[in-house]
Write a protein that binds this ligand. Structure first.
Ligand code: NDP
Ligand code: KPL
Length: 304
């Protein structure tokens, strides 16, 4: 693959790790599109800590079309990043969406038009600290999964030689559902308890998590995902392989008083449950708590 121009939109946990890894690999021209230019960044990864000096733009009006856009904002911030997507998209642009949830292409099409979209299931854990550090925590298995088509394979090739890899997966829709299952338990349970993933080791949280998963799995199966009969146990076993000192993206948001990615995760499962006539009372209860918490955060930030 010839050197590509890559714009990473959103330099948080995931965007920070992706931009740093691609920049360090040195094969491509990486630009970070941010709201506020960050100071110097230190990239903490399994092999050590490396300083990275990323080229940054803070004004979409200064951006032009690139080969690849990596959209790394929260799902609810996609529209706010629309000005970046419009300016960065040209006839040869592909958009990789590194966001949790489903429906990646539908979220970005209003802003990137006909550009091919690569939905990316992200498995690695990324954390951006206020101290100018971005940290990659690896999990067992692949860092990311993409559809096994020409654009997905091109995304995997883009990352070749970097600290991150993407696996082109023929059963991508089921993998995306499996990831959503992880997110409808790990994210709300860490955020609402304000504890990192260690809290998932509690037997009472385990029991609640399995019950949330059983409801969501019924919805996933109705939506066509090929989930195993013992999928809930498998999801929990996967969660137990994650570092217990890792947070989740929603945990970091609640601790920092930022908006919460509620509707794309628990909200989506509850909405699909309604569509298919599948009851999801426990997820609905989580949704009420998450929405009330998110509203409280918004009110507190307006009052400041
Ligand atoms: N963190 C993780 O370990 C994982 C996260 N994910 C998913 O990846 C996605 C990204 O999550 P994560 O990296 O944790 O989120 P973060 O909140 O850490 O980062 C999101 C970034 O987007 C930026 N942003 C928001 N709006 C705009 C805008 N209009 N223009 C430019 N930048 C903008 C924010 O900027 P600012 O700094 O100014 O607020 C922030 O830096 C989410 O969908 C999440 O669920 C998936 C797997 C793991
Ligand atoms: C896998 C997990 C729970 C942790 O990285 C995640 O997807 C997130 O934090 O949003």
């Amino acid at each position: 693959m010839a050197p590509q121009s890559i714009a990473v939109v959103g330099l948080g946990g995931i965007g920070g790790v992706a931009a740093a890894a691609l920049h360090l690999a040195g094969r491509h021209d990486v630009l970070a599109c941010v709201r506020r230019p960050p100071g110097p960044l230190a990239f903490r990864h399994p092999d050590g800590v490396t300083p990275v000096a990323l080229r940054c733009l803070a004004d979409p009006a200064e951006a032009g079309p690139v080969d690849w856009i990596l959209l790394c904002t929260k799902a609810q911030d996609t529209a706010a990043a629309g000005a970046w997507l419009r300016r960065l998209t040209g006839p040869a642009t592909r958009v990789a969406v590194l966001q949790n949830g489903l429906g990646h292409a539908e979220r970005v099409r209003p802003f990137s038009g006909e550009a091919p979209v690569v939905p990316v299931v992200v498995y690695f854990n990324g954390e951006r600290s206020g101290a100018g550090e971005v940290q990659l925590r690896r999990v067992a298995g692949h860092d990311m999964a993409v559809p096994d088509d020409a654009h997905g394979r091109a995304f995997a090739e883009l990352l070749r030689g970097s600290l991150l890899g993407a696996h082109p997966a023929p059963d991508f829709p089921t993998l995306a559902w499996r990831k959503l299952l992880i997110n409808i338990v790990a994210n709300p349970l860490t955020a609402l308890t304000r504890q990192r993933q260690r809290v998932l080791r509690r037997p009472d949280i385990h029991a609640l998590g399995l019950a949330l998963l059983e409801e969501a799995m019924a919805v996933g199966r109705a939506a066509g995902a090929a989930l195993a009969p013992d999928e809930a146990d498998r999801v929990w076993a996967t969660l137990m392989t994650f570092p217990e000192d890792a947070g989740t993206s929603m945990y970091h948001d609640i601790m920092a008083g930022r908006s919460l990615e509620v509707e794309a995760l628990t909200g989506h499962v509850v909405a699909l449950g309604e569509r298919y006539g599948i009851p999801t009372p426990l997820n609905r209860a989580m949704l009420v708590l998450l929405r009330a918490t998110a509203d409280g955060i918004a009110e507190a930030s307006t009052a400041r």
